[in-house]
Design a binder for this molecule. Structure first.
Ligand SMILES: Nc1nc2c(ncn2[C@@H]2O[C@H](COP(=O)(O)OP(=O)(O)O)[C@@H](O)[C@H]2O)c(=O)[nH]1
Ligand SMILES: [Mg+2]
Length: 346
């Protein structure tokens, strides 16, 4: 899973990413693209690690790009921003960080970001239409597909000109297949982080239509980055003094998971206790494939225990005795927190 953090210069992107990843990015400067692994906090893994005492514990991670700050102040910065967009056409989602301190209006910045995304996609659509208009007259093997794509691109053009994102007009997988490889920005989901000042943690912001349907979280990146450096006990004290109930890392990850419709299944053993992110609705067979193609190919069954049952009964043996171990087949839809042992034969 890959995400990119976008936002105007100085909105607090690097500060936030430092807080949630534990890597100091605040001094990396503002010209490079940094790729950062954000570990997904998971109390279930901690508990299972106590139980199994494995050689290693592997958390799920969210692969996040920290982009240099964007500016749309003039033509040359706009061109630079467009070039940066080009680096995020393969991400699964965007995280917009908006400056909510120093009297800045985050609603205006969000609108500007979304508008720039729309303009960037529109540019791509128009280039594509010009190409397809020439191509459809040639009797090539792809002629009927080209015609279908041209009709679709014209529809996208209309929608973008009406300031609607591409995600709102794609109707089915056939349409999606026609344009998937083009990497449209407004096809990807976005979540919003409002970065508020340290003395305004409870401030509410109205983001308007630009945020409708989006997951929005509010936090203070600067404080969160300070919290992240503390030992556990001081952190708990500091959080309660400030009235912070949930750390940015947890909020950030939960919103990413929600935006992408992700859940985790778990694997356990003496070697490794591990969380695996998958899309909600994934079958046992496809979940097996996430671990290894051989396990998918030779799939026999998925021995499954719900995490809550494991916690209640205390061990695999006790779960078995209580009838809580299920034998699931290929089409079983994996649930969040399923502890799975895949049986396979290749
Ligand atoms: N007051 C305040 N300052 C912040 C906050 N978050 C970031 N900053 C400051 O804003 C400046 C830019 O932050 P940075 O994370 O580098 O922004 P980026 O350009 O979006 O990566 C730094 O001086 C930060 O210390 C915040 O929540 N409150
Ligand atoms: Mg930065």
């Amino acid at each position: 899973m890959k995400t990119a953090i976008i936002g105007l210069i100085g909105s607090g992107k690097s500060t936030l990413l430092s807080a949630v990843s534990g890597r100091d990015l605040t001094s990396t400067g503002s010209i490079n693209i940094e790729e950062v692994m954000v570990p997904v906090p998971d109390k279930r893994l901690d508990w299972l690690t106590e139980l199994y005492q494995p050689k290693k514990t592997v958390h799920a991670t969210i692969d996040t790009l920290d982009l240099p700050g964007l500016s749309f102040a003039d033509d040359s910065s706009r061109t630079a921003a467009r070039r940066l967009f080009g680096h995020c056409r393969t991400v699964d989602m965007f995280i917009a960080v908006l400056k909510g301190f120093d009297g800045n209006d985050p609603a205006k910045d969000l609108l500007e970001l979304r508008t720039e995304f729309i303009l960037s996609d529109l540019e791509l659509v128009i280039t594509r239409i010009e190409k397809l208009e020439k191509q459809v007259h040639k009797p090539t093997k792809t002629q009927s597909k080209d015609k279908a794509e041209l009709a679709l691109q014209l529809k996208l053009q209309e929608s973008l000109e009406a300031e609607k994102p591409i995600s709102s007009v794609i109707e089915d997988d056939d349409e999606l297949d026609l344009i998937k490889s083009l990497g449209f920005l407004t096809l990807r989901p976005m979540m919003v982080v409002i970065n508020v000042g340290e003395d305004e943690l409870d401030r509410q912001f109205e983001l308007g239509d630009a945020a409708s349907g989006l997951e929005v979280i509010t936090l203070c990146a600067k404080l969160e980055n300070e919290l992240a450096q503390l030992d556990d006990q001081s952190r708990v004290e500091f959080m309660s003094d400030l009235g912070i109930k949930k750390l940015a890392a947890a909020k950030f990850v939960q919103s990413c998971y929600k935006t992408l419709g992700l859940i985790s299944f778990l694997t356990v053993g003496k070697d490794e206790v591990r969380a695996w992110p998958i899309r909600s609705g994934t079958s046992a067979l496809d979940a097996a494939g996430k671990i290894h193609s051989d396990i998918k190919r030779g799939f026999i069954r998925a021995e499954t225990i719900a995490y809550t049952d494991m916690q209640e009964h205390g061990s695999e043996k006790e779960c078995k005795a209580a009838g809580k171990t299920r034998l699931e087949g290929k089409t079983y839809i994996v649930q969040d927190g399923d502890i799975i042992n895949f049986r396979f034969n290749v």
